[in-house]
Design a protein around this ligand. Structure first.
Ligand code: NI
Length: 218
């Protein structure tokens, strides 16, 4: 299914807006994260199906109101944007719902993607959190928050509430155990699972090398 002229117009203007908005973001949620998630979501949608237009729009907008990047309780920028471009009113809640289901909120916190579009965008977002890119982004985020790379005495914690997860100040290596290494099991679609497995192995290799170098064994 290819997109109609109006849909293409919505995507182009949203891409410009989001690109501009995230241009100088330095915590690993910059425009290129959005760019990769959008492309990966399109790749997954090719085999998994779903409405391509909704997938692409939600992928472009998925971090605009992210809890990590915005203050709680403020108006939805996504909704404002969609209204401002004359996006069909009945489809606005559909986009907002997909986005709401995408975000990771802690190891023990249930957050299920329900629609096929939400599953695809969530998978694409999670794939960007693992592998080589995931490692780079995690350290960029930790640096942005002033965290240590690693501290041998501070053990990883499994957060059972979104609040606990949000408040953590633990070293960045802990984040591998609190989130990154858990993501492979939380992938929704078959096509994404395959990609996740390869990226997961790469992170395990990275950690082995890291500890080896830390103890001056390698
Ligand atoms: Ni994201």
């Amino acid at each position: 299914m290819s997109l109609n002229v109006q849909e293409k117009r919505f995507i182009e203007s949203t891409e410009k807006y989001v690109h501009n908005y995230f241009e100088n973001e330095s915590s690993g949620h910059d425009w290129w994260h959005i760019y990769r998630v959008r492309n990966m979501a399109k790749r997954i949608a090719k085999t998994e199906g779903g409405d391509l237009f909704l997938v692409e729009m939600a992928a472009l907008l998925h971090d605009l109101d992210d809890w990590k990047l915005s203050d709680a309780g403020q108006d939805s920028k996504t909704e404002k944007w969609l209204n401002s471009i004359g996006f069909p009113k009945p489809k606005i809640p559909v986009i907002l719902e997909i986005i709401e289901q995408v975000s990771f909120k802690g190891a023990g916190v249930e957050n299920r993607a329900i629609s096929v579009e939400a599953k695809i965008v969530q998978d694409a977002d999670r794939l960007d959190a693992i592998g080589a890119i995931g490692i780079a982004r995690t350290f960029a985020y930790g640096g942005n928050k002033g965290r240590l790379i690693y501290h041998p005495d501070i053990k990883p914690e499994m957060h059972n509430s979104f609040d606990e997860y949000k408040k953590t100040t633990a070293p960045t290596i802990n984040h591998f155990y609190e989130k990154l290494l858990l993501l492979k099991e939380r992938i929704n679609t078959k096509s994404a699972k395959k990609i996740a497995e390869q990226r997961h192995r790469f992170m395990e290799t990275f950690l082995e090398q890291f500890y080896g170098e830390w103890e001056s064994e390698i």
